[in-house]
Design a protein around this ligand. Sequence first.
Ligand code: ADP
Ligand code: MG
Length: 230
Amino acid sequence: MEIIQISNLTKRFPMGKGEFTALKRIDLTFGKGEFAGLVGPSGSGKTTLLNIVGSLDVPSEGEALVLGNSIGKLNAKQAAKLRKENLGFIFQSYNLLQVHTVFENVEFPLLLLNLSASERKRMVMDALEWVGLTDKVKSKPPQLSGGECQRVAIARAMVKRPSLVLADEPTANLDAANSHNILKTMEKLNRELETTFLFATHDEKVISYLHRKIYLLDGKVDKDEVVTVN
Ligand code: ADP
Ligand code: MG
Protein backbone atom coordinates (compact mmCIF):
# COMPACT_ATOMS: atom_id res chain seq x y z
CA MET A 1 0.00 0.00 0.00
CA GLU A 2 1.20 3.51 -0.81
CA ILE A 3 1.60 5.62 2.29
CA ILE A 4 2.48 8.82 0.48
CA GLN A 5 1.51 9.74 -3.08
CA ILE A 6 2.72 13.09 -4.30
CA SER A 7 1.69 14.14 -7.77
CA ASN A 8 2.51 17.25 -9.74
CA LEU A 9 3.06 19.14 -6.50
CA THR A 10 4.13 22.77 -6.70
CA LYS A 11 4.65 25.06 -3.71
CA ARG A 12 4.93 28.81 -3.95
CA PHE A 13 5.57 31.29 -1.16
CA PRO A 14 4.71 34.98 -1.41
CA MET A 15 7.89 37.02 -1.63
CA GLY A 16 7.88 40.79 -1.82
CA LYS A 17 5.44 41.66 -4.55
CA GLY A 18 5.89 38.32 -6.29
CA GLU A 19 6.26 34.66 -5.46
CA PHE A 20 9.04 32.20 -4.86
CA THR A 21 8.59 28.66 -6.13
CA ALA A 22 10.10 26.29 -3.55
CA LEU A 23 8.83 23.01 -5.07
CA LYS A 24 8.30 22.42 -8.78
CA ARG A 25 6.03 19.65 -10.08
CA ILE A 26 7.14 16.92 -7.70
CA ASP A 27 6.03 13.32 -8.31
CA LEU A 28 6.96 10.80 -5.61
CA THR A 29 5.45 7.68 -4.08
CA PHE A 30 6.41 5.96 -0.83
CA GLY A 31 5.32 2.50 0.25
CA LYS A 32 4.87 1.13 3.75
CA GLY A 33 8.08 0.42 5.64
CA GLU A 34 10.40 2.64 3.60
CA PHE A 35 13.46 4.23 5.23
CA ALA A 36 13.84 7.12 2.83
CA GLY A 37 15.23 10.61 2.82
CA LEU A 38 14.93 13.90 0.98
CA VAL A 39 18.52 14.98 0.54
CA GLY A 40 20.10 17.99 -1.08
CA PRO A 41 21.71 21.31 -0.28
CA SER A 42 20.22 23.91 2.04
CA GLY A 43 17.33 25.71 0.34
CA SER A 44 16.51 22.85 -2.04
CA GLY A 45 13.01 22.38 -0.61
CA LYS A 46 13.42 19.43 1.78
CA THR A 47 11.68 20.99 4.79
CA THR A 48 8.94 22.49 2.62
CA LEU A 49 8.08 19.05 1.24
CA LEU A 50 8.31 17.34 4.63
CA ASN A 51 6.00 19.97 6.15
CA ILE A 52 3.39 19.36 3.46
CA VAL A 53 3.55 15.59 4.00
CA GLY A 54 3.17 16.29 7.73
CA SER A 55 0.04 18.42 7.04
CA LEU A 56 1.77 21.46 8.55
CA ASP A 57 1.51 23.23 5.19
CA VAL A 58 -0.46 22.76 1.96
CA PRO A 59 0.46 22.46 -1.74
CA SER A 60 -0.13 25.40 -4.07
CA GLU A 61 -0.86 23.02 -6.94
CA GLY A 62 -1.00 19.27 -7.37
CA GLU A 63 -1.67 16.77 -4.65
CA ALA A 64 -0.12 15.11 -1.62
CA LEU A 65 -2.04 12.04 -0.47
CA VAL A 66 -0.89 10.87 2.96
CA LEU A 67 -2.53 7.64 4.15
CA GLY A 68 -5.33 8.42 1.74
CA ASN A 69 -5.84 11.99 2.95
CA SER A 70 -5.44 14.78 0.41
CA ILE A 71 -3.42 17.33 2.40
CA GLY A 72 -4.65 20.51 0.70
CA LYS A 73 -8.27 19.49 1.17
CA LEU A 74 -8.27 18.72 4.91
CA ASN A 75 -9.72 21.26 7.31
CA ALA A 76 -7.74 22.12 10.44
CA LYS A 77 -9.54 19.52 12.51
CA GLN A 78 -8.99 16.72 9.99
CA ALA A 79 -5.29 17.65 9.67
CA ALA A 80 -4.91 17.60 13.46
CA LYS A 81 -6.56 14.18 13.58
CA LEU A 82 -4.20 12.80 10.92
CA ARG A 83 -1.17 14.11 12.84
CA LYS A 84 -2.35 12.93 16.22
CA GLU A 85 -3.28 9.42 15.11
CA ASN A 86 -0.82 8.56 12.37
CA LEU A 87 2.24 10.81 12.29
CA GLY A 88 5.33 11.18 14.45
CA PHE A 89 7.68 14.17 14.17
CA ILE A 90 11.36 14.48 15.02
CA PHE A 91 12.99 17.91 14.70
CA GLN A 92 16.59 19.07 14.91
CA SER A 93 15.84 21.13 18.00
CA TYR A 94 14.18 18.20 19.89
CA ASN A 95 11.30 20.50 21.03
CA LEU A 96 11.08 18.89 24.48
CA LEU A 97 9.18 20.40 27.38
CA GLN A 98 12.05 21.52 29.63
CA VAL A 99 10.26 21.52 32.99
CA HIS A 100 8.68 18.11 32.46
CA THR A 101 10.25 14.71 33.04
CA VAL A 102 11.30 12.31 30.32
CA PHE A 103 8.23 10.23 31.15
CA GLU A 104 5.88 13.22 30.75
CA ASN A 105 7.52 14.31 27.51
CA VAL A 106 7.04 10.89 25.95
CA GLU A 107 3.51 10.60 27.37
CA PHE A 108 2.48 13.95 25.88
CA PRO A 109 1.18 12.74 22.46
CA LEU A 110 -0.81 10.00 24.23
CA LEU A 111 -2.79 12.57 26.23
CA LEU A 112 -4.57 13.49 22.99
CA LEU A 113 -5.76 9.92 22.58
CA ASN A 114 -8.38 8.09 24.56
CA LEU A 115 -6.20 5.85 26.75
CA SER A 116 -6.14 4.90 30.41
CA ALA A 117 -3.23 5.96 32.63
CA SER A 118 -2.02 2.37 32.86
CA GLU A 119 -2.11 1.92 29.07
CA ARG A 120 -0.17 5.18 28.69
CA LYS A 121 2.41 4.06 31.22
CA ARG A 122 2.99 0.76 29.46
CA MET A 123 3.36 2.50 26.08
CA VAL A 124 5.77 5.12 27.47
CA MET A 125 7.93 2.47 29.12
CA ASP A 126 7.99 0.42 25.89
CA ALA A 127 9.08 3.48 23.92
CA LEU A 128 11.80 4.34 26.45
CA GLU A 129 13.01 0.77 26.23
CA TRP A 130 13.30 1.03 22.41
CA VAL A 131 15.65 4.00 22.78
CA GLY A 132 17.50 2.68 25.85
CA LEU A 133 16.38 5.33 28.33
CA THR A 134 14.35 3.45 30.94
CA ASP A 135 16.76 4.61 33.66
CA LYS A 136 16.04 8.28 32.87
CA VAL A 137 12.23 8.36 33.28
CA LYS A 138 12.39 10.91 36.08
CA SER A 139 15.11 13.13 34.60
CA LYS A 140 14.30 16.44 32.93
CA PRO A 141 15.77 17.56 29.58
CA PRO A 142 18.29 20.03 31.11
CA GLN A 143 19.87 17.07 32.92
CA LEU A 144 20.36 15.10 29.69
CA SER A 145 22.94 15.17 26.91
CA GLY A 146 21.99 16.18 23.36
CA GLY A 147 22.01 12.54 22.29
CA GLU A 148 19.73 11.58 25.16
CA CYS A 149 17.36 14.47 24.37
CA GLN A 150 17.08 13.32 20.77
CA ARG A 151 16.40 9.76 21.98
CA VAL A 152 13.57 11.14 24.14
CA ALA A 153 12.25 12.91 21.05
CA ILE A 154 12.39 9.64 19.09
CA ALA A 155 10.51 7.85 21.89
CA ARG A 156 7.92 10.65 21.85
CA ALA A 157 7.53 10.35 18.07
CA MET A 158 7.24 6.55 18.25
CA VAL A 159 5.18 6.03 21.41
CA LYS A 160 1.81 5.74 19.69
CA ARG A 161 3.38 3.53 16.96
CA PRO A 162 2.55 5.90 14.11
CA SER A 163 2.57 4.57 10.55
CA LEU A 164 4.81 7.42 9.41
CA VAL A 165 7.64 9.29 11.14
CA LEU A 166 8.98 12.53 9.65
CA ALA A 167 12.46 13.56 10.78
CA ASP A 168 13.86 16.96 9.76
CA GLU A 169 17.67 17.15 10.21
CA PRO A 170 17.46 14.93 13.32
CA THR A 171 21.23 14.83 13.80
CA ALA A 172 21.94 18.54 13.31
CA ASN A 173 22.84 19.07 16.96
CA LEU A 174 24.54 15.73 17.63
CA ASP A 175 28.14 14.53 17.47
CA ALA A 176 29.11 11.61 15.24
CA ALA A 177 28.79 8.89 17.90
CA ASN A 178 25.32 10.04 18.98
CA SER A 179 24.22 10.45 15.36
CA HIS A 180 25.10 6.85 14.56
CA ASN A 181 23.43 5.74 17.76
CA ILE A 182 20.07 7.37 17.00
CA LEU A 183 20.21 6.27 13.35
CA LYS A 184 20.70 2.65 14.42
CA THR A 185 17.73 3.06 16.78
CA MET A 186 15.52 4.43 14.02
CA GLU A 187 16.64 1.70 11.61
CA LYS A 188 15.76 -0.92 14.21
CA LEU A 189 12.29 0.59 14.76
CA ASN A 190 11.78 0.71 10.99
CA ARG A 191 12.63 -2.99 10.78
CA GLU A 192 10.81 -4.24 13.86
CA LEU A 193 7.68 -2.07 13.84
CA GLU A 194 7.56 -1.52 10.04
CA THR A 195 7.28 2.21 10.66
CA THR A 196 7.84 4.25 7.52
CA PHE A 197 10.54 6.91 7.97
CA LEU A 198 10.97 9.99 5.81
CA PHE A 199 13.97 12.20 6.57
CA ALA A 200 15.00 15.64 5.35
CA THR A 201 18.74 15.93 5.70
CA HIS A 202 22.03 17.07 4.25
CA ASP A 203 24.09 15.10 6.82
CA GLU A 204 26.29 12.46 5.16
CA LYS A 205 25.97 10.22 8.22
CA VAL A 206 22.17 10.12 7.90
CA ILE A 207 22.41 9.70 4.13
CA SER A 208 24.63 6.64 4.56
CA TYR A 209 21.83 4.87 6.49
CA LEU A 210 19.01 5.60 4.02
CA HIS A 211 17.57 2.80 1.93
CA ARG A 212 16.29 5.32 -0.60
CA LYS A 213 17.69 8.76 -1.38
CA ILE A 214 15.66 11.39 -3.17
CA TYR A 215 17.95 14.21 -4.24
CA LEU A 216 16.25 17.60 -4.43
CA LEU A 217 17.82 20.47 -6.31
CA ASP A 218 16.13 23.87 -6.65
CA GLY A 219 12.76 22.39 -5.74
CA LYS A 220 12.93 19.53 -8.24
CA VAL A 221 13.66 15.83 -7.91
CA ASP A 222 17.13 15.48 -9.36
CA LYS A 223 17.64 11.78 -8.68
CA ASP A 224 15.72 9.00 -6.89
CA GLU A 225 18.11 6.28 -5.81
CA VAL A 226 17.22 2.98 -4.15
CA VAL A 227 20.06 1.38 -2.24
CA THR A 228 20.27 -2.38 -2.70
CA VAL A 229 21.09 -4.01 0.61
CA ASN A 230 22.90 -7.34 0.49
P1 ADP B 1 15.76 23.03 2.88
O1 ADP B 1 14.99 22.39 3.99
O2 ADP B 1 16.11 22.10 1.77
O3 ADP B 1 16.98 23.74 3.38
P2 ADP B 1 13.44 24.75 2.66
O4 ADP B 1 12.36 23.82 2.25
O5 ADP B 1 13.47 25.19 4.05
O6 ADP B 1 14.85 24.15 2.19
O7 ADP B 1 13.36 26.05 1.75
C1 ADP B 1 13.32 25.99 0.32
C2 ADP B 1 13.23 27.41 -0.21
O8 ADP B 1 11.97 27.97 0.08
C3 ADP B 1 14.29 28.35 0.39
O9 ADP B 1 14.75 29.22 -0.62
C4 ADP B 1 13.50 29.10 1.43
O10 ADP B 1 14.03 30.37 1.63
C5 ADP B 1 12.10 29.18 0.83
N1 ADP B 1 11.07 29.21 1.88
C6 ADP B 1 10.82 28.24 2.79
N2 ADP B 1 9.80 28.58 3.59
C7 ADP B 1 9.40 29.81 3.17
C8 ADP B 1 8.37 30.72 3.60
N3 ADP B 1 7.55 30.42 4.60
N4 ADP B 1 8.26 31.89 2.93
C9 ADP B 1 9.09 32.20 1.91
N5 ADP B 1 10.05 31.39 1.45
C10 ADP B 1 10.22 30.20 2.08
MG1 MG C 1 15.41 22.20 6.03
